[in-house]
Ligand binder design. Structure first.
Ligand SMILES: NC(=O)N[C@@H](CC(=O)O)C(=O)O
Ligand SMILES: [Zn+2]
Ligand SMILES: [Zn+2]
Length: 426
C-alpha cells in the first residue's frame, strides 16, 4: 500500500491518494494509515502519460536504444505506456517480432511497451503485412504504421484502411509524398535556399493528409496522422473532422517549440523528419492542440548512435530524443502560456492517445477503482538539460543546455513506483 499525501490531482485541491493492489482505493483529505508515504506536497498528479510514437530500436540497433533503456527514459518522463514503432531490424511486420518486443517490455517492467505493427512487408510499400496475425498475437496490435516511410500508394493505403477497420485498428500515417522530398534536408523556404539545403515542402505532408482523410472517410476507417508539422495540415484536419471523418493526429514536442531557425547552426541534432518549420507553423500547431484538432502529443523519440548523428548535416540521420523532456516542453509551450490546463494536458498526453491505441488500462481518470497509473510533477522546478544525464542510450537531444520547467518526481505503473525522487527504480 502507498499513500501519496497532499498532492493536487489535475492541479486542483490538495488531497491524499491511497493505492492498494495496483488500484486507487481512496482519495480525500487527511487519510490515515501506516502505508509507504510519498510526500506529494506542491506536486501535481496526472494520469500516466501514453506515447503513440516511440522508436526503441530493438531489435537491430541496440547500440542506439533498447526496450529497457527506452522504457527507463519513458518512465522518467512520466509515461506508463509507449507504442514502439515498427521500423526496427528486422521490421515488426510479423506476429513473431511484435511478440518479441512486447515480451521485452514486460521483462523490463517500467512501462507497458505496446508494439506497432508495420502496414507493409519490410516497410517497402508493396504488399500488406500480416495485420490480422499481429492483431491476434499476444502483443494485441491495434496501431499499424510504416513510420519512417509513407504508405504512398493510394490503392495500398485504401486496402490497409479496410483491413484495420475490421480489426478495430488504425493506420498511423507518416505523411510524406516521397516524390516531393527527394534529397530533402530541411523545411522548404527562404532559409533553405539561403543555407543551400534541399527543401522539404509543406505540400508534401499536406497532400498526403488530404488524400488520406478522403480515403478514410470513404472507407469509414480510422486514420491517425503522425507528427503533423504545418499550419496547412491543421486546416485540413479541422475540415476533415468537421465532415465526420474518423481522423486523429499528433504533434511532437519539438514541433511545438523549435523552428527551422535551428538549421542555421548546421548542427544535425536539429535534423528531423518532418523538418522543423516556421514560427507561424508552430503557432498553428499550438492552437490546433489547444482546440483539440490535434488530439495528442507524441514524442517521436528517435535515438541515434553518435556516428549516425555527429556528421555533416546531409549525411546525418533524421530524428531526435523526446521521452524525458516531453512533459516539460508541453508545460513551457502550452501550460505556461495558458493554452492548456492540467486536465487538457491529461487529455492530450494520456486520455486521447490511450483511446487511439485502444489501451484499456491507461488514460483513465484519477478516481477510486481505477488502475494506479499516474505521475507526480513539480511544475515550478526548472533545470538545464544535460544530454549526458539522460537515461536514453543515445545523446541526440535538441534541448541540450536549455532551461526547462517541470520535473517528474514519481511515476507509478499499476501501483508500483517506477520512478521515485526523480530516479528510476530499476
Ligand atoms: N522522425 C525522424 O526523423 N526519424 C524517425 C522516423 C520517423 O519518425 O519518420 C526515426 O526512426 O529515426
Ligand atoms: Zn515519421
Ligand atoms: Zn517516428
Amino acid at each position: 500500500m502507498t499513500l501519496i499525501t497532499n498532492v493536487r490531482p489535475y492541479g486542483e485541491d490538495a488531497v491524499d491518494i491511497r493505492i492498494t493492489d495496483g488500484r486507487i482505493t481512496e482519495i480525500g483529505p487527511g487519510l490515515a494509515g501506516d502505508d509507504d508515504v510519498v510526500d506529494g506536497g506542491g506536486l501535481v498528479a496526472l494520469p500516466g502519460l501514453v506515447d503513440l510514437h516511440t522508436h526503441l530500436r530493438e531489435p537491430g540497433r541496440e547500440d542506439a536504444e533498447t526496450v529497457e533503456t527506452g522504457s527507463r527514459a519513458a518512465a522518467l518522463g512520466g509515461f506508463t505506456a509507449v507504442h514502439a514503432m515498427a521500423n526496427t531490424d528486422p521490421v515488426a511486420d510479423t506476429a513473431g517480432v511484435v511478440e518479441q518486443v512486447w515480451r521485452l517490455g514486460q521483462e523490463a517492467g517500467l512501462v507497458d511497451v505496446v508494439p506497432v505493427g508495420a502496414v507493409t512487408v519490410g516497410l517497402r510499400g508493396e504488399r500488406l503485412a500480416e495485420l490480422g496475425a499481429m492483431a491476434d498475437s499476444a502483443a494485441r496490435v491495434r496501431v499499424f504504421s510504416d513510420d519512417g516511410h509513407c504508405v504512398a500508394d493510394p490503392a495500398l493505403m485504401r486496402r490497409a484502411l479496410e483491413y484495420v477497420k475490421a480489426l478495430d485498428g488504425v493506420v498511423a500515417q507518416h505523411a510524406e509524398e516521397p516524390r516531393l522530398t527527394v534529397g530533402a534536408q530541411m523545411n522548404e523556404g527562404d532559409r533553405s535556399a539561403r543555407l543551400g539545403l534541399a527543401g522539404w515542402p509543406a505540400a508534401a505532408e499536406e497532400a498526403v493528409i488530404a488524400r488520406d482523410v478522403l480515403l478514410a472517410g470513404h472507407v469509414g476507417a480510422r486514420l491517425h496522422v503522425c507528427h503533423v508539422s504545418t499550419a496547412g495540415s491543421v486546416d485540413i484536419l479541422r475540415w476533415a473532422k468537421s465532415r465526420g471523418v474518423q481522423v486523429t493526429a499528433e504533434v511532437t514536442p519539438h514541433h511545438l517549440l523549435l523552428t527551422d531557425e535551428c538549421a542555421e547552426t548546421y548542427d544535425p541534432v536539429f535534423k528531423v523528419n518532418p523538418p522543423l518549420r516556421s514560427d507561424a507553423d508552430v503557432q498553428a500547431l499550438r492552437a490546433g492542440l489547444a482546440d483539440g484538432t490535434i488530439d495528442a502529443v507524441a514524442t517521436d523519440h528517435a535515438p541515434h548512435a553518435v556516428e549516425d548523428k555527429e556528421s555533416e548535416w546531409a549525411s546525418a540521420r533524421p530524428g531526435m530524443l523526446g521521452l524525458e523532456q516531453a512533459l516539460s516542453i508541453v508545460v513551457q509551450t502550452m501550460v505556461e502560456p495558458g493554452l492548456l490546463d492540467w486536465r487538457g494536458v491529461a487529455d492530450r498526453m494520456s486520455v486521447r492517445p490511450a483511446a487511439i491505441g485502444r489501451l484499456a488500462g491507461h488514460g483513465r481518470p484519477l478516481a477510486v477503482g481505477e488502475p494506479a497509473n499516474l505521475l507526480l510533477l513539480d511544475p515550478t522546478h526548472r533545470a538545464t538539460v544535460d544530454p549526458a544525464a539522460l537515461a536514453s542510450r543515445s545523446r541526440n537531444s535538441p534541448y541540450a543546455g536549455r532551461e526547462l520547467p517541470g520535473r517528474v518526481v514519481a511515476t507509478f505503473l499499476r501501483g508500483t513506483a517506477t520512478v521515485l525522487d526523480g530516479k528510476a527504480q530499476k
